[in-house]
Design a protein around this ligand. Structure first.
Ligand code: FES
Ligand code: FES
Length: 160
């Protein structure tokens, strides 16, 4: 199998990488570019720990080939803090004690962000649960996570 040079736009920076056609976005982000925020929990689309945004939509990067997303806008958890300030969702997860081991947290936050940006208004608890329905947490039991998402969405939801 031949490697191909592709251009990826990750967190507003451009990366030229050589990839095999069957390499996943998760592998390329972590092993070739160095963004280790997206985690590998299952590698088969079950856990959501690898979730990133592609053009604003939450996508499981273990099920996405890197060659499919050339020139699309990719956002990982590393791209959320701006000017040294955490994103309101990140702050809310900390404030609400919605993190234990943290393995699921990047995926939880990016799935939530996609839902908040889509609705352009605060989320209900039900909508927050729906937003993270593809993300598994083995530690927290989800209650604090849902509270953190709803609270953050009240701050940022109406700004889109
Ligand atoms: S590692 Fe992608 S869904 Fe679990
Ligand atoms: S905080 Fe440990 S898996 Fe969610």
């Amino acid at each position: 199998m031949e490697r191909r040079k592709i251009v990826l736009d990750v967190n507003d920076d451009i990366y030229e990488v050589e990839v095999y056609p069957n390499e996943t976005l998760l592998e390329v982000l972590r092993d070739k570019i160095g963004f280790t925020g997206p985690k590998c929990g299952c590698d088969d689309g079950t856990c959501g720990a690898c979730t990133v945004l592609i053009d604003g939509v939450a996508v499981k990067s273990c099920l996405t080939l890197a060659v499919e997303v050339e020139h699309k806008k990719i956002t990982t958890i590393e791209g959320m803090a701006k000017d040294g300030k955490l994103h309101p969702l990140q702050e809310s997860f900390i404030k609400n004690h919605a993190i234990q081991c943290g393995y699921c947290t990047p995926g939880m936050i990016l799935s939530s962000l996609a839902a908040i940006n889509e609705k352009k208004r605060p989320l209900t608890k039900e909508e927050a649960r729906e937003a993270i329905s593809g993300n598994l947490c083995r530690c927290t039991g989800y209650v604090k996570i849902v509270e953190a998402i709803v609270e953050a969405s009240e701050k940022i939801g109406n700004k889109g």
